[in-house]
Design a protein around this ligand. Structure first.
Ligand code: ZN
Length: 196
């Protein structure tokens, strides 16, 4: 297993629609294992494959004691929204904003062996599934902000030296992300382990 480098906003892979997984072999198993190890290393609540530079439809999650991975996820959403919660993103270090999300979601997909998986959730789990599936479509949470929050986020991103951030080691990132994204709940936000 290996800890993978997390891609930072500005990297085109984060804005690319990821490909469906068709090969459920050892390479996929290794990717999932490495993503799980990376997510734990940065104390993240979720991680999508494009965030580690792999444009495939896979994400891992770790919310409130529920952990796993989903391949080729398809979401069904409730029409009503849950109360806004602050989200962070490992690919947009140091920022957090309240994001509107559907109250409930059902994710259907496969596991790394190709077996069907269906998980329903509300609250943080539903939020995480929506955040991670967005990543697979090249969407970042900042795209879902409106009004002043959106302006503030774009301004902060413009003013951040993300090239320098991207050049730091994973260990340094783990500390900075952990503190700014509520790895231990600092930004409150994404459940206990947070930032996705
Ligand atoms: Zn994210």
């Amino acid at each position: 297993m290996a800890i993978l480098n997390i891609r930072i906003i500005g990297d085109p892979v984060l804005r690319t629609r990821a490909e469906e997984v068709t090969d459920f072999g050892p390479e996929l198993a290794k990717l999932v294992a490495d993503m799980e190890e990376t997510m734990e290393d940065v104390d993240g609540a979720g991680l999508a494959a494009p965030q580690v530079g792999v444009s495939l439809r896979v994400f891992t999650y770790r919310i409130d004691g529920q952990a796993g991975h989903i391949v080729n996820p398809v979401l069904e959403l409730s029409e009503d929204l849950q109360p806004d919660q602050v989200e962070g993103c490992l690919s947009i270090p140091g920022l957090g904003f309240p994001v509107p999300r559907a109250r409930w979601t059902k994710v259907s997909g496969q596991d790394k062996s190709g077996n069907p998986v269906v998980i329903e959730g509300e609250g943080m789990l539903a939020r995480c599934f929506q955040h991670e599936t967005d990543h697979l479509d090249g969407i970042l949470y900042i795209d879902r902000l409106k009004g002043e929050d959106r302006k503030a986020a774009l301004r902060a991103i413009r003013n951040s030296d993300y090239d320098a951030v991207a050049g730091r080691t994973t260990a340094e990132r783990a500390r900075s992300v952990g503190s700014s994204f509520g790895g231990t709940g600092a930004v409150g936000s994404f459940g206990q382990p947070t930032g996705a």
